[in-house]
Design a protein around this ligand. Structure first.
Ligand SMILES: Cc1cc2nc3c(=O)[nH]c(=O)nc-3n(C[C@H](O)[C@H](O)[C@H](O)COP(=O)(O)OP(=O)(O)OC[C@H]3O[C@@H](n4cnc5c(N)ncnc54)[C@H](O)[C@@H]3O)c2cc1C
Length: 382
């Protein structure tokens, strides 16, 4: 039987993240969305507060907290700005987790410590122009010559792409072995031949920084291989299993933010002589929104708790991500409707939340891929 612990520490994390989001993230969120400006100072402060390496043990510069704490902080920060949420999620789930799980002590000292303590920022480079949902189709290659690996190819859609310092990069080292010939490398941003491209102009999460990355004969020493050669695909998939809990929490935050805005507005806005909150049609919407959010939160807490207990959580993480991203889009859309015409303009913020919500159905595995993952796990259990 599933049971979870939600204690004082979790309430403390929620309050700290909520205060931080209100005081530091909220004031410039509209401008950042308009300008597509990367929130450098906010990210630095998140590092100081320990939000960038939340689950990394303190001995490696992290906060030593559990996954439940992480999803709570992700929700609170994404409630105010989902762009900041995804920056945090990539660093925690896709970069620090892999380094902590597969890194040597030397790699942890060099790469994990500065990433977990917020002195540096990480990026995760799996997707390519022709390798998205089917990540086995890596065209980036790494060749071993004279004691060094040389990487060439192109990565696509990389979050933190122009702003990161340390990149986790997947490349094909033995094409004949197909996905069993993919290897994971740790690359410093300033390595010659490593070139982040121009930032994408996106529908949502506009102040997060997404770009392609060109690699031309990028020389990487063997000691920068993460895990063993040929284990890269497994590392990528395991990272994404955990990453999905983070993206589910990002989606939950967006939904909660949109719901709270709709609730507030419905009490202020009058139509036909009374607040629209007194109209049953609006009440139905609010009731459905709150129910969907609560259900998503419980799925996320379940996946996070299983992860904390070192039990298998692949199905639960995919369910949480699939459901939370779906309801984030639905709730944000309803929040726009509750606002009427005001919902359609930037000032009221729910239009941004709707634009931000959509990406949660696409990255770290589209909703179609989540269904495949869930079905595979269900059938395995037979
Ligand atoms: C803003 C943004 C940030 C991102 N950040 C990162 C990052 O930091 N690192 C990184 O590596 N990647 C990142 N990505 C890439 C993202 O993970 C991919 O876009 C996603 O996995 C989908 O791949 P694709 O775009 O190639 O779509 P495709 O794989 O081409 O899919 C197109 C459509 O076909 C469907 N489809 C594909 N295969 C199947 C199937 N077997 N069954 C049913 N339907 C299927 C998909 O669900 C989708 O609807 C990011 C993307 C965006 C837009």
């Amino acid at each position: 039987m599933f049971s979870m612990e939600y204690g004082e520490i979790h309430e403390m994390i929620r309050q700290t993240a909520r205060d931080f989001a209100r005081e530091e993230v909220a004031p410039s969120v509209i401008e950042r969305d308009i300008n597509g400006e990367f929130p450098r100072e906010i990210v630095a402060k998140m590092g100081e507060l320990g939000f960038l390496g939340m689950m990394v043990p303190e001995e490696w510069g992290g906060s030593g907290l559990d996954c439940v704490s992480y999803v709570i902080a992700m929700e609170e920060i994404s409630k105010v700005d989902a762009s900041v949420g995804v920056i945090m999620s990539v660093n925690n789930s896709l970069v620090c987790w892999g380094l902590e799980t597969y890194g040597t002590d030397e790699q942890k000292e060099r790469f994990l410590r500065p990433l977990a303590s917020g002195q540096k920022l990480g990026a995760f480079c799996l997707s390519e122009p022709e390798a998205g949902s089917d990540a086995t189709q890596q065209h980036t290659t790494a060749e071993f010559r004279d004691g060094m690996w040389y990487l060439s190819g192109m990565k696509n859609w990389i979050t933190n792409g122009t702003s990161a310092d340390t990149y986790i990069v997947f490349a094909q080292t033995d094409r004949e072995k197909r996905h069993k010939g993919i290897t994971c490398f740790i690359i410093d941003r300033h390595t010659p031949g490593f070139e982040p491209g121009k930032k994408e102009d996106k529908l949502g999460i506009r102040s997060s920084d997404t770009c392609s990355i060109g690699l031309t004969n990028v020389a990487v020493p063997p000691e920068n291989i993460l895990g063993e050669a040929g284990r890269g695909f497994n590392i990528a998939m395991e990272s994404l299993n955990g990453g999905r809990i983070g993206i589910a929490s990002q989606a939950l935050g967006i939904a909660q933010g949109a719901y709270e805005a709709a609730l507030r507005y419905s009490k202020e806005r009058k139509a036909f002589g009374r607040p629209i909150a007194e109209l049953q049609a609006i009440q139905m919407k609010l009731a459905d929104m709150s129910m969907k959010i609560e259900a998503a939160r419980l799925l996320i807490l379940k996946a996070a708790t299983l992860k904390d207990k070192h039990e298998t959580f692949i199905k639960e993480a995919a369910q949480a991500k699939l459901f939370a991203s779906k309801i984030a889009v639905e709730v944000a859309l309803e929040a726009v409707q509750v606002h009427g015409g005001y919902g359609y303009v930037r000032e009221y913020q729910v239009e941004r939340m709707l634009r931000d919500a959509k990406i949660t159905e696409i990255y770290e595995g589209t909703s179609e891929i989540q269904r495949i993952v869930i079905a595979r796990e269900l059938l395995k259990a037979l």
